[in-house]
Design a binder for this molecule. Structure first.
Ligand SMILES: *Cc1c(COP(=O)(O)O)cnc(C)c1O
Length: 367
């Protein structure tokens, strides 16, 4: 028997979520699978939609080459473009698309000696203020690139800072700033991340760039209210983080549990020990009371999460025993809920899963 901690990855759910993103947005969609597909396994996720994906997006060339080596032939966009000109020959040889987000990249691309032109996603800073060309210089950069022999197609893109805030005027202002700056330019456009796809139809254009929603997590974290509810029903969680109870004991009244003794039994308390801890990616900061499912029934974390184990309250689960299945997050316990308890977002938790076994399933679905 091996350690029971496992991340079960449902590739059919990933495919369902990709199709949902495309259906909502219309047009084409790059599946964002940077950071090893937000911790899910980039090659497996890419293969699951290889027949139908319009393209993929990763952070940098290292991630793209892994996909090319695995036989993925669809377009792959490098979201941060190139970090130095020396990458350009390999970008060309592997037929990769690049984001150009800074004037130094514009100059470097035009100075490069290439055999064939590259597809460029020219990024505007419409309000994120992280990367992207300022609206004032955007048009000129576009005109220069458009005429240059190193450039094939140009997609006009920008990225939202606050699309996960349903009522925020900021996204409206970003859309307006972008539209104003590109007025009169006739080229494909891409604005939407997952929150854009799910909440901002006014930003729909030629290309969507969904990430987190492909993994079944709702980007409107902590706002399950108006928009979130129906979204949650339609998105399917891709990762089930599971383990099992390895020990069950009754803690006598007055005794403290685990590091720091932060839980003290007021009455004799049945405690289960789960083989999963922060070294597996479960957040140590998850407080007592965080939801966990044991044999399909919801209960709560008690005591402090440690490196290899965490402890749960089995008071109302008399049938739970060593070997009982535990869901840390997945269908029953939304990863966004754990993230909220831990003061972070689902993205970070999913990216941090490690050490556990990964098991992939794919039930082919016709939809
Ligand atoms: C990561 C990323 C996305 C995907 O964002 P989600 O919030 O995960 O949907 C889209 N566009 C860009 C530029 C990104 O860096």
């Amino acid at each position: 028997m091996s350690r029971p901690a496992v991340a079960r990855i449902r590739l059919d759910a990933f495919r369902h979520n990709y199709r949902l993103a495309k259906k909502l947005h219309g047009g084409s969609a790059l599946a964002v699978i940077k950071a090893n597909a937000y911790g899910h396994g980039a090659v497996q996720c890419a293969r699951a939609i290889a027949d139908e994906a319009d393209g993929f997006a990763v952070a940098a060339i290292e991630e793209a080459l892994i996909l090319r080596a695995a036989g993925i032939t669809a377009p792959i966009l490098l979201l941060e473009g190139f970090f130095e000109s020396a990458e350009l020959p390999e970008i060309e040889a592997n037929n990769l698309w690049i984001v150009v987000h800074h004037l130094w990249q514009v100059e470097a691309l035009m100075a490069a000696r290439l055999y064939s032109p590259l597809t460029v996603w020219l990024k505007m800073d419409s309000g994120m203020h992280r990367v992207g060309l300022a609206p004032e210089v955007y048009r000129q950069a576009y005109e220069r690139l458009k005429q240059h022999p190193n450039v094939a197609h140009i997609v006009l893109m920008s990225h939202f800072a606050r699309a996960d805030e349903p009522g925020s005027n900021y996204t409206v202002r970003q859309i307006q700033a972008f539209q104003t700056a590109i007025a009169g330019i006739s080229a494909p456009v891409s604005l939407t991340n997952s929150a854009g796809v799910l909440g901002w139809p006014g930003a729909y254009a030629d290309w969507a760039r969904p990430g987190i929603m492909l993994y079944g997590a709702n980007p409107f974290a902590g706002q399950a209210g108006s928009f979130g509810m129906s979204v949650d029903e339609r998105l399917r969680p891709v990762m089930q983080l599971e383990s099992a109870l390895i020990s069950v004991r009754t803690l006598p009244a007055g005794e403290a549990l685990g590091y720091g003794g932060i839980f003290v039994a007021e009455q004799p308390t049945r405690v289960g020990v789960v083989a999963c801890g922060y070294a597996d990616g479960y957040p140590r900061v998850a407080p007592m009371g965080t939801a966990v499912a044991v044999d399909g029934k919801l209960t709560r974390v008690i005591g402090r999460v440690s490196m290899d184990m965490l402890t749960v309250d089995l008071t109302d689960l008399p049938a739970a025993n060593p070997g009982s299945r535990v869901e840390l997050w997945g269908d029953q316990v939304p990863v966004s809920e754990i993230a909220e308890r831990a003061g972070t977002i689902a993205y970070e938790l999913l990216c941090n899963v490690k050490r556990v076994r990964f098991e992939y399933t794919d039930i082919s679905t016709e939809e």
